[in-house]
Write a protein that binds this ligand. Structure first.
Ligand code: FES
Length: 61
């Protein structure tokens, strides 16, 4: 699911969310970006990370 990318790569600078944090939220049931943020205990701020989060949500699981 991580596509060979480092799980400690920061995807969301505003909330300091790593690729691994986002993958864990998706694995735990998040199905949309707002659910990913909620499961990580934060919320979207600038939204610059949305494209990557959406791509991860769309990736085959
Ligand atoms: S980088 Fe994720 S909300 Fe700003």
């Amino acid at each position: 699911m991580l596509g060979g990318m480092a799980p400690d790569e920061i995807i969301c600078d505003c909330n300091r969310l790593t690729r691994g944090d986002i993958a864990a939220a998706i694995a735990a049931g998040a199905r949309r970006p707002t659910e990913v943020y909620a499961r990580c205990g934060c919320a979207a701020q600038c939204g610059r990370c949305l494209d990557v989060i959406r791509a991860m949500l769309a990736a085959p699981r």
